[in-house]
Design a protein around this ligand. Structure first.
Ligand code: NAI
Length: 349
């Protein structure tokens, strides 16, 4: 399927291709759905094989942002932007300025922030040229990654309860010890969980394992670890034909976006009796932080709100159980229902 066909199939409202040869900027801004509010989503910068691959990434990620925003009840729609290039080599002030001008031209239909390859310093540059960016204010006690990790922790707690267990003594295999994974691992260790950890950055894995008293395995071996919960906090697409037959866990719950390579992998997990907590419900703490960044909610309030992710996951599991359906299918349906209701209300006005 071509990127254009995919945009039609996923129901995108608007996909903007940005080119500024002088600044060396090639970017795609995908606005998936603004029914519930302006599209929110980070800006990612990474090398892509070609423009088509970049568009496909932006289309998938922006659709997931709509789902995340609906489930988190955040009064926003879904969007995502990708800048093509190697952030270490190709990121320049001119490129960021040109990109910021493109965001500004959208006049608030898209609100963005940091993502892979774009950090808070870059956002500070963008902010000089557009109002429609934000990141956690300096001096704030909680960062976006803290909030994401707190949300995932509460989701794991809910998963543990469903398995008839608690966090204390729960065996969790943690893949990825970056901004979110390490924070999550620390929170889990504080609660007495027994961890097995891995990261492709060996130094990072060594440090985390010794700090947390965790077992450490090679990156590829994480799929073979016998544990209650597998927690993906690195890449998307990790639940696929190659990894599923290897899993020796009872549940999956982590921060990584787009964990299922394809929906059918979620169905297979369900058939195998492995409880999969849908990624976009679990990792919504990052999006919710927007409310804090924009001053709509204070620090205490945002932490409380993010902790509510545990209850949301539990409600979802309860409904899925009633319907004997996989929770990720139910979540997708809830998203569609809520959007359809909102569209109908809008038409009626
Ligand atoms: P990060 O880039 O800080 O950390 C990712 C870590 O995974 C790095 O330490 C990297 O070395 C490691 N890694 C990469 N490939 C690996 C592999 N094959 N096996 C083991 N480790 C591997 O990223 P961050 O911010 O922690 O995000 C992690 C995931 O969570 C991403 O999928 C991201 O999209 C998602 N997410 C992050 C949010 C945030 O607030 N940072 C919010 C919502 C989702």
């Amino acid at each position: 399927m071509s990127a254009l066909e995919l945009a039609t199939a996923l129901g995108h409202e608007e996909v903007v291709l940005v080119r500024d040869e002088e600044a060396g900027l090639h970017a795609v801004i995908a606005i998936h759905d603004t029914t519930l509010g302006p599209a929110a989503g980070g800006t990612r910068m990474q090398p892509y094989a070609n423009l088509e691959a970049a568009m496909v990434d932006a289309l998938r990620l922006s659709r997931a942002m709509t789902a995340k925003a609906v489930m988190a009840d955040v009064g926003r729609g879904g969007g995502k932007a990708v800048i093509l290039g190697d952030p270490r080599r190709d990121k320049s002030r001119a490129l960021l300025q040109a990109y910021a001008r493109a965001v500004e031209r959208l006049d608030g239909r898209f609100h963005t922030g940091p993502d892979v390859g774009i950090d808070a310093r870059d956002v500070a540059v963008l902010a000089r040229h557009t109002k429609h960016v934000s990141h956690t204010a300096e001096g704030a006690k909680v960062t976006v990654a803290d909030l994401t990790a707190i949300g995932v922790l509460e989701a794991v707690r809910t998963v543990a309860r469903r398995l008839g267990s608690e966090l204390h003594g729960l065996r969790v295999a943690v893949q990825g010890l970056g901004q979110v994974g390490l924070r999550l691992a620390r929170l889990l260790a504080d609660e007495g969980a027994r961890l097995t950890v891995t990261d492709v950055d060996e130094g990072r894995a060594d440090r985390a394992a010794s700090e947390l008293g965790a077992e450490q395995v090679a990156p590829q071996a994480i799929y073979d670890v016998s544990a209650e919960v597998f927690s993906p906090n690195a890449l998307g697409g990790v639940l696929n034909d190659a990894t599923l037959p290897r899993l020796r866990v009872r549940a999956i719950c982590g921060a990584a976006n787009e964990q299922l390579e394809e929906p059918r992998h979620g169905d297979r997990l369900h058939e195998a009796g492995i409880l999969y907590a849908p990624d976009y419900v679990v990792n919504a703490g990052g999006l919710l932080s927007l409310l804090f960044e924009l001053g709509e909610i204070d620090e205490e309030g945002i932490v409380r709100r993010v902790k509510g992710i545990g209850v949301r996951v539990d409600d979802l599991f309860a409904r899925a159980e009633q319907e004997a359906a996989p929770p990720f299918r139910v979540a997708d349906r809830v998203v569609e229902e809520r959007l359809a209701e909102a569209r109908a209300r809008r038409r009626a006005r």
